[in-house]
Write a protein that binds this ligand. Sequence first.
Ligand SMILES: Nc1ncnc2c1ncn2[C@@H]1O[C@H](COP(=O)(O)OP(=O)(O)OP(=O)(O)O)[C@@H](O)[C@H]1O
Length: 266
Amino acid sequence: MQVSEKKELLKVSNITKQFGGLKAVNDVSFTMYEGEILGIIGPNGAGKTTFFNVISGFDSPTQGKVIFCGTDMTGKNITQYCLKGMARTFQNIRVFNEMSVLDNIMVGMHNVIKTNIWNISMNTKKEKQEEAQAVKNAHEILQYLGIDEFAQESAGNLSYGYQRKVEIGRALASNPKLILLDEPSAGMNDSETIELMGLIRGIMKRGVNIIVIEHNMQFMMNLCDRIAVLNFGTLLTVDTPEKVKNNEEVIQAYLGREEEEEDHAS
Ligand SMILES: Nc1ncnc2c1ncn2[C@@H]1O[C@H](COP(=O)(O)OP(=O)(O)OP(=O)(O)O)[C@@H](O)[C@H]1O
């Protein structure tokens, strides 16, 4: 892929997020282009989730700017991000356990369903049509994810891997331009992880761009067009998997943390 020919999708400039004296994210800048799968890696505590929170409106940056689809989103709330076309999943699964799988997907559609409260209370023809269409779309998403047979099951009864799919489905339901996936393969077995990789590629082919955080290196090296590496909140590099794998600073960052952990253990 010739990234230089691509359109800018997300531009983060000098993003810093500070918690007291700790700079969890420190002056991070890069541009993501349409049509690429971008990975974010880094040792534990490197600032990956904090970075996700800041670029998706779940937290505000201490400094810096987030430009998404040409609009300055800095300081905007989650709904505004969602309306602009950004959706995300969470490291710790956040499905509505008591609700059916289908309803979990439909929750994600609240920004695309035009029906207002007045129409709902009147139960108009338009409202009924829109709801029927939403249910159809939700089933299509569940079919795509291979979990439509559980549509009426309470989401909390599903296995961990399937709950992750429900979260991805809910994100897809908002018809996003960009999905941020925070450790989507966590808790999945090998075959589920391979299947997930195919699903993510398929989502990409449907015109949805993807940023993914993962600890599973093989997964990231196989899946991503480019990988951004964070270490102690600082961006070490954004490059192709091959170049990242051989980057001396990256190798040192991981080895350094391993040695630190061994020292603590002994
Ligand atoms: N709300 C918060 N208040 C204070 N410190 C925080 C907060 N959130 C994160 N941190 C700290 O910021 C740093 C980065 O954490 P973050 O969870 O973003 O890292 P991570 O790379 O996602 O880690 P992991 O791979 O373990 O999930 C850590 O030192 C963490 O303890």
